[in-house]
Design a protein around this ligand. Sequence first.
Ligand code: FNR
Length: 405
Amino acid sequence: MEVYVTGVGGARPLVPVAPDALEARAARAMSPEAAAYIIGGAGSEATMRANRAAFERHQFVPRVLRDVSQRDLSVTLLGRKHRAPVLLAPVGVLEMVHSEADLAVARAAAAEGIGYVFSNQASVPMEKCAAVMGDTPRWFQLYWSSDDDFVRSLVSRAEKSGCEAIVVTLDTTLLGWRPRDLDLAYLPFLRGLGLAQYLSDPVFRAKIPAKPPQTAVRPRGLGVVDTLLSLRRKGKTFDLPVGRMRAAVAHFTATYSRPDLNWSDIARLRAMTKLPILLKGIRHADDAKLAKQHGADGIVVSNHGGRQVDGETATLDALPGVVAAAGKMPVLFDSGIRSGSDVAKALALGATAVLVGRPYVYGLAIAGEAGVREVIRNIVAEFDLTLALSGLTKMSELNGKCLAG
Ligand code: FNR
């Protein structure tokens, strides 16, 4: 109601409310490289389309004449109460869309009381984001580097920053085939973007070689040095000389990828931290069972927003099977959430909570922190309305019986 009173009754919104209009406006606010990177997906983008189409195949069957005047959107996740079953997904390289990047998102999450998962590929070190979040829940998302010492350092920094869980992303041991980026010969990391967690890390820094190895990947088009110099001119500095930055980028590319990661590695992570461990990128029910066997505390059903494998199942279609296999483990969900109605459908199909990805990045691109706040408010407000108009008042009532078929 508040969104209606302050929105429809007063000031015009900062960001378009309808999801497609939000994406279109954000595309205009971004550089062509940023738009390709943020909006695009793997291959023909069939997975991305499938993620969205799956939501259209499920419909609510609302109930009436049930007192819905008092509603409680809160959920308990890993022993912690969250205001709503919505968190902000880890999204890297946000400096491509806004100069305040992750910091603006952290402020928005805190202002709206919504949890935020810090990305391994962030543009702002996790300590700075944590410092503006007060008591709002934050988690740290890990890409498991081939350097375990660095992994240990990141995990320990996450603990010190008050992160309440480690989310290991498993669907990106190698970067997906993304035609929009390939056509522009653009990969932000090779330009030194999205490396804040690395450049602020003592273990990573100590291992940067004096000179970039001869085999280092040389991006085509505008060279890394030009990009770094232009960033420095814009005041987006890093505290390394440009020559060393090139070596840092090369060290990143040499240690980022870990295609040999396997189930036995989870025990090593378990030994590194007492924090709950969530595995992100689970789509197969058998993997949910394995996650349970290997001591995971939760899973995130995700296909990285259709950015990794082209032509795979929509995450919403994978969700019920994973939930059945997961037992009591909390199952989070992402890839395709665009509205409050989508949140309600994912919860009805068994998710404990959802992660919102691209929509908040669009808000950031259009209007910075205020834009992110508005996107969060719109999604939560529509979720609340969907619940009420379906005759429901709390999360535990949201189940398969609310949907047709
Ligand atoms: C991502 N995602 C992601 N995931 C992750 O674990 N670490 C990361 O650094 C990133 N970076 C990233 C960048 C961009 C531009 C996008 C769009 C996505 C995946 C993200 O956490 C989430 O799984 C998807 O965004 C969900 O899909 P939708 O809702 O955006 O379609």
